[in-house]
Design a binder for this molecule. Structure first.
Ligand code: V4E
Length: 221
């Protein structure tokens, strides 16, 4: 399991020129994403994001912001404020177990037990999960230095966004990943000090404003 630390940015012509000059191009690919939740949004309102991309399942889970002494961290550096970090689960039985716990609680209904061999449609319908968002992205990827990836995304609903991403193992040093991202942003000449919206923010605001409003009220977006 890994933790994805990332910062989104709006890519200007100038940023693209710098990236093409100092980055190594990893190529371009296209993928279609489908996101799933219950009709009451029990996953996304808790900041869990269940996705199918190119036939593979992925669950992005929030990482606790409680520190080792059990206190909530109140002070955040600018580097931290501009970044998000999520734990990524890609193993289907683990995803099914985690989703079931989030929706039903730890002592959920044994009737909804899932097994790895079940067809997609069966475990989804047993947990009452439906697709609430789907879109296609064309992504150009670059590396700036070992472990720092830059993705330039163009979604089919007309939104362009860049992201600087560092993957660390679970329990790894989030702070140093955020510092690497800050250094990469400086190299790219990014000066903004506000978080930039991701594809999902823009998609939901445009196509599902009620869902979007609920996520805003729950401070998820
Ligand atoms: C975590 C999350 C969502 C799931 C999609 O995450 P994102 O990284 O935006 O998508 P993508 O296509 O870049 O995935 P990758 O290829 O990197 O795995 S949708 C909303 N969130 C939460 C969230 C947030 N609160 N704020 C920001 C700026 N982004 C995402």
């Amino acid at each position: 399991m890994s933790v994805e630390v990332e910062r989104k940015f709006l890519c200007s012509e100038d940023t693209l020129k710098i990236l093409q000059k100092i980055g190594d191009c990893l190529g371009q690919r296209q993928f279609h994403d489908q996101y799933f939740d219950s009709p009451g949004f029990e996953l996304t309102l808790r900041d869990f994001w269940l996705r199918k991309r190119k036939g593979c399942w992925e669950l992005k889970c929030p990482v606790s912001t409680v520190n080792r002494t059990g206190e909530l961290k109140e002070e955040q550096s600018l580097a931290a404020k501009l970044c998000t970090h999520y734990k990524e689960i890609t193993n289907l039985p683990e995803i099914q177990q985690r989703v079931k716990e989030v929706i039903e609680g730890p002592c959920g209904d044994p009737d909804t037990e899932t097994t790895p061999s079940q067809e997609d449609e069966l475990w989804l319908s047993k947990l009452n999960l439906v697709c609430f968002a789907e879109f296609t992205t064309v992504r150009r990827s670059f590396t700036l230095e070992e472990g720092v990836q830059i993705d330039l995304d163009q979604a089919d609903f007309g939104y362009h966004v860049g992201e600087i991403e560092v993957l660390i193992p679970e329990g790894g040093d989030v702070h140093s990943a955020q510092e690497k991202i800050r250094d990469a942003a400086q190299k790219l000449g990014l000066s903004g000090d506000e978080r930039v919206e991701g594809k999902m923010n823009v998609y939901l605001k445009r196509y599902h404003p009620e869902h979007y409003a609920k996520l805003l009220s729950a401070h998820v977006l």
